[in-house]
Design a protein around this ligand. Structure first.
Ligand code: FAD
Length: 384
């Protein structure tokens, strides 16, 4: 067992930390959060530094690392700022479905522009009536000659207003039993005729990402846009979650660490009753609890990523990492706001944003309850 990062991993971390220090401007971040703007310039710069899609093979624009290196980047982005961090970490959302199941031609066409900063991806799985349970999709794709025609609707699709293409889970065989054996994934270009994208707006947090509703009205896609085998979509998405949930755990970890850093700095400076806050034992104990939770979340997240890279896919561990890191982000950001007192409630003091942004990590990519179900079912099956 070796807990030391390699020199390459340390160098990647250093590059992201310098990027955050040089480019994350507090005033601009506040404005982007308030105006719900995507940090486009930062995205382009992050791509130039090779920080987007680092885990893609070199021939498709990446550096051919494992997902471990990617989650180190996501953690540092979110530590730098929760809003910018989440937005940057999601610009390639779902493109891994192409990476894992696509053809060489699909990978060339869609992955290279993701790494070079010319394209943004999105994944559309959730439907108004199918959130946690995606075993049946109302969005259908029916074969017509050399094409499929998609009808239906998706909700909560991140990046909808800025994505160039969408990975869409559809029911290709509505009569399949069980229903999930009749699902397939497709790549749908944003300019496809019959696709309407509507911003949902009014979000609690992660305001630098767009959250949208997609409506498919006889959207025609050629066979080229089918990902992998027809009927395997559900399994592809589940496999993708084994990867993407580790990334969400890394978002949560970074958000928690970022809030902790700010609370510690503040506690060292702020004086009440003639003492620094950090000199009150209650503050010290809060900091100790926060740091212990963060370290535990980090160990779980890193182990889940390391396992994935070793091809020891373990959905139980992935769910443990996501569930625990999400809970840590929510609890640590709450305590950070508390340590800053009234100032913690103001948007100028960044922990207010971290607090709002943390909550999503317990909801998307499977809620904390769904993670608990996954963990429990793995444990129970093992006991049999
Ligand atoms: C900002 C944002 C961005 C998102 N981005 C995307 C995206 O890019 N792509 C995408 O496809 N989706 C996205 N989602 C959707 C997200 O993944 C779903 O909201 C989430 O999976 C929960 O589905 P639901 O909202 O329909 O809740 P429901 O499934 O209706 O669940 C409601 C509550 O019931 C609980 N529950 C449900 N079933 C069970 C069960 N079996 N046991 C115990 N408790 C249960 C849930 O845990 C939850 O607390 C996003 C959501 C948000 C808010």
């Amino acid at each position: 067992m070796d807990f030391e990062l390699t020199q390459e991993q340390k160098d990647i971390q250093k590059t992201v930390r310098e990027f955050v220090q040089e480019e994350f401007d507090k005033e601009k971040i506040l404005e982007w959060d308030q105006t719900h703007a995507f940090p486009k310039d930062l995205w382009k710069k992050a791509c130039k530094l090779g920080l987007i899609g680092i885990h893609f093979p070199q021939e498709y624009g990446g550096r051919g690392t494992g997902i471990f290196e990617n989650i180190l980047i996501v953690e540092e982005f979110c530590r730098g700022d929760s809003g910018v961090g989440v937005a940057l970490s999601l610009v390639d959302f779902s493109s891994e479905v192409i990476l894992r199941f696509g053809t060489t031609e699909q990978m060339k066409k869609y992955l290279i522009p993701i790494c070079s900063g010319e394209s943004i991806s999105a994944g559309a799985y959730t439907e108004p009536d199918h959130g946690s349970d995606i075993t049946l999709m109302f969005t259908t794709a029916s074969r017509q000659g050399d094409s499929f025609v998609i009808n239906g609707g998706k909700i909560f699709t991140t990046n909808g207003t800025i994505a160039d293409f969408f990975i869409v889970l559809c029911q290709t065989d509505p009569s399949a039993k069980p229903s999930y054996r009749g699902q397939s994934t497709f790549i749908v270009q944003r300019e496809a005729e019959g696709l309407t994208i509507t911003e949902l707006g009014g979000k609690m947090g992660i305001r630098m990402t767009s959250t949208t509703q997609l409506s498919f009205n006889s959207v025609k896609v050629s066979l080229f846009h089918l990902l992998g085998q027809e009927g395997k979509g559900f399994y592809q998405v589940l496999e993708f979650f084994d990867e993407s949930r580790v990334e969400i755990a890394a978002q949560a970890l970074g958000i928690a660490q970022g809030a902790f850093d700010r609370a510690l700095d503040y506690a060292k400076q702020r004086e009440q009753f003639g003492k620094k806050l950090v000199d009150f034992q209650i503050t010290q104990h809060k900091l100790a609890d926060m740091a212990t939770k963060i370290e535990t979340a980090r160990l779980l997240t890193y182990k889940a990523a390391w396992n994935f890279d070793k091809k020891r896919i373990d959905p139980k561990l992935t769910s443990m990492a996501k569930m625990f890191a999400g809970k840590t982000a929510v609890e640590v950001t709450d305590e950070a706001v508390q340590i800053l007192g009234g100032y913690g409630y103001l948007s100028d003091y960044e922990v207010e944003r971290f607090y709002r942004d943390a909550k999503i990590t317990e909801i998307y990519e499977g809620t904390k309850e769904i993670q608990k179900n996954t963990i429990a079912s793995a444990l129970i099956n093992k006991l049999k």
